[in-house]
Design a protein around this ligand. Structure first.
Ligand SMILES: CC(C)(COP(=O)(O)OP(=O)(O)OC[C@H]1O[C@@H](n2cnc3c(N)ncnc32)[C@H](O)[C@@H]1OP(=O)(O)O)[C@@H](O)C(=O)NCCC(=O)NCCS
Length: 332
C-alpha cells in the first residue's frame, strides 16, 4: 500500500547486488541434445543464452554473493540487518529455509525466512519486507531472489529446458522516517500481490514431499503466456493507481524476464520506448525469482537507473502468483 499515512515510515530501496554462475550455455549448445534451434528460441522468447550453476553451487551460495554486493553498495555490515527474506522455489534443502543458510553464511542475526511464489517471488518478498518495515517490526531487511532452476528442468523437454537459467539478485530495504533521511514519495510507493490457485495445473513441478522426488517443471506455455499478458497489465494498473502515479511518471520498467514478447506487450501498454525498459532476457533467460533483482542490479551498476528514478517491477509465475510494485529508488 502507499506510504501516504505519515505514521508509517517510507521504505527505501537503497542498494542492490547480483550474481551469475560462470558457466554459459548458448542456444546452439542446447541444439546438441534437443530438437530446437537458435532461431526458434530467439524468435519465440528473445533468449540467446543462460547461466547454469556449477554442480557444487547452491542457491544459498549465489544468494550470499548477491547479498554481499548489495550490503556493500548500501554501506552496511550484515550485522546491521534485522532480517533476511529469500524468494526461491529451488531451496538448498526442504528445510531449513535457504534464508537461514544465508543468514549463517553472512553471520547475520535477526529473522530469516523464505517466500515461495516462483517467478513472482521477488515481488512477494518486496511486499512482505515493505509491510514489516511499515509495521515497525524491522528497519533493515535484505530481500533476495535466488534460483538454481537448472536442477528442476527436464533437459529432454524442449518446451521448458530452453527458457530458464540460474542466478541471484538482492536489494536492501531501509526505513526512513525522520531527520535528514526523511523522504516523501520515495521508496516503495506501492506493491500488489495476487494468487489464483485455479491455474495451478498450467505451471508446476511434478514432485515434492508427497511424491518423494524433486520433480521437474511442467508448463502449458501458450496458456501461461495469455494469463501473463492480462494479469501483469492488471497488476501494473493497480500498483500505479495505489502509488498515485501514471504510466507517464514511470522512468523504467524492470519486468520479469520470461519472454520478450510478453515484455513488449506491457511496454506498449505503458507507452515506454525501448530505452526505458531493462532487458536482460537475451543473456540471463528466465531466472525465476532472481530475474528482476538481477536485471535491476545490472541497470543500477550500469548507471542507467539512478537515485530518484521511478521504477515499475512486475512478475508472474506458477500458482498462478503475480504482482507489481512501483518504487522511487535510492536514498533521497
Ligand atoms: C513457451 C513459449 C515460448 C512457447 O511459444 P509458443 O509460440 O506459445 O509455442 P507453442 O508452445 O504453441 O509451440 C509451437 C510449436 O513450437 C514447438 N516448440 C516448442 N518448444 C520448442 C523449441 N524449444 N524449439 C523448437 N520448437 C519448439 C512446439 O512443439 C510446437 O510445435 P507444433 O506446432 O508442431 O506442435 C511461450 O508459450 C511462452 O513463453 N509462454 C509463457 C512462458 C512463461 O512465461 N513461463 C514462465 C512464467 S514465469
Amino acid at each position: 500500500m502507499t506510504p501516504s499515512n505519515p505514521t508509517f515510515p517510507s521504505v527505501l530501496l537503497t542498494a542492490s547486488g547480483s550474481y551469475l554462475p560462470q558457466k554459459i550455455v548458448t542456444n546452439d549448445d542446447l541444439t546438441k541434445t534437443l530438437d530446437t534451434s537458435d532461431e526458434w528460441i530467439r524468435q519465440r522468447t528473445g533468449i540467446a543464452q543462460r547461466h547454469i550453476a556449477a554442480e557444487d553451487e547452491l542457491t544459498s551460495d549465489m544468494a550470499v554473493a548477491a547479498a554481499k554486493q548489495a550490503l556493500n553498495m548500501a554501506g552496511l555490515g550484515a550485522d546491521a540487518l534485522d532480517g533476511i527474506i529469500v524468494a526461491t522455489t529451488t531451496p538448498d534443502d526442504t528445510f531449513p529455509s535457504t534464508a537461514s543458510v544465508v543468514q549463517r553464511k553472512l553471520a547475520a542475526t535477526g529473522f530469516a525466512f523464505d517466500v515461495q511464489a516462483v517467478c513472482a517471488g521477488f515481488i512477494y518478498g518486496l511486499d512482505v519486507g515493505d509491510a514489516m518495515i511499515k509495521a515497525g517490526k524491522a528497519r533493515k531487511i535484505l530481500v533476495i531472489g535466488a534460483e538454481t532452476f537448472s536442477r528442476i528442468l527436464d533437459w529432454q523437454d524442449r518446451s521448458t529446458a530452453v527458457l530458464f537459467g540460474d542466478g541471484a539478485g538482492a536489494v536492501v530495504l531501509e526505513a526512513s522516517d525522520g531527520g535528514e533521511n526523511s523522504a516523501e514519495n520515495w521508496g516503495i510507493l506501492s506493491s500488489v500481490i495476487f494468487t489464483d490457485g485455479r491455474f495451478r495445473d498450467i505451471l508446476y513441478v511434478d514432485g515434492g514431499v508427497a511424491r518423494g522426488q524433486v520433480g521437474k517443471v511442467k508448463m502449458v506455455g501458450p496458456d501461461v503466456f495469455k494469463h501473463a499478458v492480462e494479469k501483469l497489465a492488471n497488476g501494473l494498473d493497480q500498483a500505479m493507481t495505489q502509488s498515485g502515479l501514471g504510466a507517464e511518471d514511470i522512468d523504467w520498467l524492470v519486468p520479469h524476464q520470461a519472454n520478450d514478447r510478453i515484455i513488449k506487450t506491457l511496454q506498449k501498454k505503458l507507452k515506454l520506448p525501448d530505452e526505458r525498459v531493462i532487458r536482460t532476457i537475451a543473456r540471463h533467460a528466465n531466472t525465476s525469482a532472481a530475474s528482476i533483482p538481477l536485471a535491476f542490479d545490472e541497470a543500477m551498476r550500469g548507471k542507467q537507473i539512478k537515485a530518484g528514478d521511478v521504477v515499475a517491477f512486475e512478475a508472474i509465475g506458477g500458482g498462478l502468483a503475480w504482482g507489481a510494485a512501483i518504487v522511487r529508488v535510492g536514498r533521497p
